[in-house]
Design a protein. Sequence first.
Length: 288
Amino acid sequence: MNIIFTASDLFAKPGVVMIDSLLRYNPGKHNIFFMFNSTSIKNRNIIKRTIEKYGSKYIEIFMDLKMFNGFPVYKRFGYELYFRLLMPYLLPSDIDRVLCIDSDMTINGSIKDIYNKDFFDNYLMAVPSPNDIQYKKINNTKQYIGGGFVIYNVKKIRNDFTKEYIVDYFLKNYDKYPYLDQDFVNCFYDGKIIILDGKYNYIIYRNKKYKKSDIYEISKNVIVAHFPGKLKPWNYLYGKNTYKIYWKEAKITLGILSYIKYKFLFYLFLPFQFIIVIMKKHRKSTFN
């Protein structure tokens, strides 16, 4: 498989958790591409070692930010938000397809069958967004997929569009896209997207109280768990018991002591969660 992802220094360890869980459940000699601009050598080496211990190949793609001149920048995301837009043109020419995956995910099973699914002349394969009905109306599209887990038919994209065309199209239309790269992907490739089963990008809601039976069913049936939002399950102010779904895989990657430390801080600050979140002091992470 060809897999590509990105992670700033803030998301480096979550990225390690994601790629470690993916390779654990999907053994084989895969090509793992890492897109970066300012991610430190230390963190890139950690990612590299994680990938190579499973026998897969680690390939770096340096992202020159000059490619994104004129793109709107948001403090929370940085330019990493746009890396996937130009990804098809930065991969080796013999790459026909690639899975583009976010760092705030954990993998709980094999994705090989879905990765090799026939495109039937479509550009993408992905899971519908939980808000697809609403977003389809906003963007006037036939379907609306979520980001995070998208398989790209890079051969067809390169054959049908130039990099310059995609950049120009985005710059002329981004003011219509409240969700920027995700809206762009849905509008630009509209009608040429294969819809995948929801278990390949299952959204975990931070403030939902999951029963033990819910967690069991998720662990049993969900292949890719996604943890969107500003607060993540490695933040000790994450909320509810949702963190257990993330740490099922994370404690294997990071070790049981990291999990114990997280749980200690989580319960220590539990009485103050509401006040601290309101005051926007949720930036601390147990990964510091």
